[in-house]
Write a protein that binds this ligand. Structure first.
Ligand SMILES: O=C(O)COP(=O)(O)O
Ligand SMILES: [Mg+2]
Length: 250
């Protein structure tokens, strides 16, 4: 059984983001979905590409579970964390690192859907949400070409009117611009949108855009860490989402 838990906003969140708690179901026309850890379990293929790069350089490989906890800030950041540990930043102007990034991207692009698959209930849930008339977008920190490739290989591309990647704009999540961009390209408005994601970046981006955010705890971040960021609702499976949104008529 799916469950959805409303996370009460403390005064600090209200003061910082200027928004009082909204109660679901949220009236909206647009749903903005994070990709890795929310729609698709990509961890094993990301780990495969990471370990390919590490191995080719004679370095120790990483446990795939460890790699998936490093996902969420794009490919360069993932690789930097794989090389130097959690919290590491991708260096600028380091030609060796840039060569490793290209090696990672090339390998990952060829193996992007070897093991990756939508989480349980995602395909059916997206189908019902589309039939209910929601406009849907993917808003991911993954490079845009990889997001398109993954969605095409998993037969998911037809659900989405727009895909915004980590390199589509000069900024990426947790900045809110990707969310604005997605709604503009769906002929919707930001105040008619709800974000769904599995990480701090998704929750913060939604709070900065002043829109409701539903966090999922089956992805790459733990329940308690997510709850501490005060998403509006925290769910433990994708099927809970359709009970939390209601299609707003224009
Ligand atoms: O960091 C990535 O490559 C993608 O992460 P996201 O889809 O969870 O934004
Ligand atoms: Mg994610």
């Amino acid at each position: 059984m799916c469950s959805a838990k409303i996370i009460p906003f403390p005064a600090s969140v209200v003061a910082t983001h200027g928004r009082s708690q909204q109660q679901p179901p949220f009236p909206c026309s647009a749903l903005l979905f994070d990709l890795d850890g929310t729609l698709v379990h990509t961890g094993p293929d990301l780990a495969g590409a990471m370990n390919h790069v590490l191995q080719s350089r004679g370095l120790a490989t990483l446990d795939p579970i460890e790699v998936q906890h490093l996902v969420g800030n794009g490919a360069r950041s993932l690789l930097a964390r794989g090389f130097w540990g959690r919290g590491a930043e991708a260096p600028e102007g380091d030609s060796d690192f840039e060569a490793a990034v290209q090696q990672f991207l090339a390998y990952y692009a060829h193996h992007i859907a070897d093991h990756s698959h939508p989480y349980p209930g995602v395909m059916e849930g997206l189908q019902r949400l589309q039939e209910a008339g929601f406009f849907m977008a993917v808003v991911t920190n993954k490079p845009e070409f990889l997001a398109h490739k993954l969605l095409a290989e998993l037969n998911m591309a037809h659900f989405f009117k727009v895909v915004v990647g980590g390199d589509t704009l000069p900024t990426r999540k947790p900045a809110p611009e990707m969310l604005y961009h997605a709604t503009v390209h769906m002929a919707s408005a930001i105040n008619e949108a709800v974000m769904v994601g599995d990480s701090d970046n998704d929750i913060l981006a939604a709070q900065r855009a002043n829109i409701p955010v539903i966090a999922v705890n089956y992805g790459y971040n733990q329940h308690d860490a997510l709850a501490a960021l005060h998403p509006d609702v925290l769910v433990d499976c994708f099927g809970a989402i359709e009970g939390l949104v209601v299609r707003e008529q224009a």
